[in-house]
Design a binder for this molecule. Sequence first.
Ligand code: ADP
Ligand code: C5P
Ligand code: MG
Length: 218
Amino acid sequence: MPALPAPSRSKPEFSSGTGEGQALVIFVLGGPGSGKGTQCANLVRDYGFKHLSAGDLLREEQDRPGSEFGDMIKEYIKDGKIVPMEVTVQLLENAIKATIEEDKNRKFLIDGFPRKMDQALKFEEAVCPSVFTLFFDCPEEVMQERLLNRGKTSGRSDDNEESIKKRFKTFVETSMPVVEYFEKQGKVVRVKATASPEEVYKDVRKQFGEKGIEQIKK
Ligand code: ADP
Ligand code: C5P
Ligand code: MG
């Protein structure tokens, strides 16, 4: 990983689109356990997106031998706090560049990001403006039940009652303002996330259609 902090730029590395010098970025937000990862898998299959989960990239960096950020990331994740944005923005930028180079794919679902206003501003200013944010709306009781269930097999240090409480607090106080920020720009696609995965995905597909995002398979 290149030296931090990420260089400041006068314009983003990519403009929005699928041509040369461009990337098509959709942010995917929602509380912990709202189903972001589950729905992203559907969208990868039917729309040909590359799925980049900020949480997965952070966990990978945490476990990378020799990472200078490993211990810090571990602590932040267990406490449900937002890792300093320089780290996450740099990991995402690296992954975007690698995907364009290796997979020749310029369509990205950026899952679990931006979770704090500084991440939103930095990413759109230095990396790429987003097309819109797909937001999964889900009550805490439902998310809590899903997370405790996921915790039986996920092996995640934060799928336990104590960490979940902290993650919900961070979500309400720090991440919801990001959704409101994009909402004011008319750039939020809101989906109710309480129904079955299949029902939720039907709504996602409908709204992607309305936004002119095309499937690769019918
Ligand atoms: P997130 O990425 O938003 O934290 P996940 O996609 O990992 O959420 O889903 C959290 C847990 O809930 C997983 O165990 C998943 O299988 C389950 N799940 C996802 N969507 C639904 C749904 N619509 N109904 C019931 N369970 C779901
Ligand atoms: O999205 P996921 O639930 O996998 O994220 C797990 C944790 O990773 C978050 O609770 C937070 O500590 C960290 N994270 C972050 N910034 C992001 C995404 C995740 O600090 N944009
Ligand atoms: Mg997830």
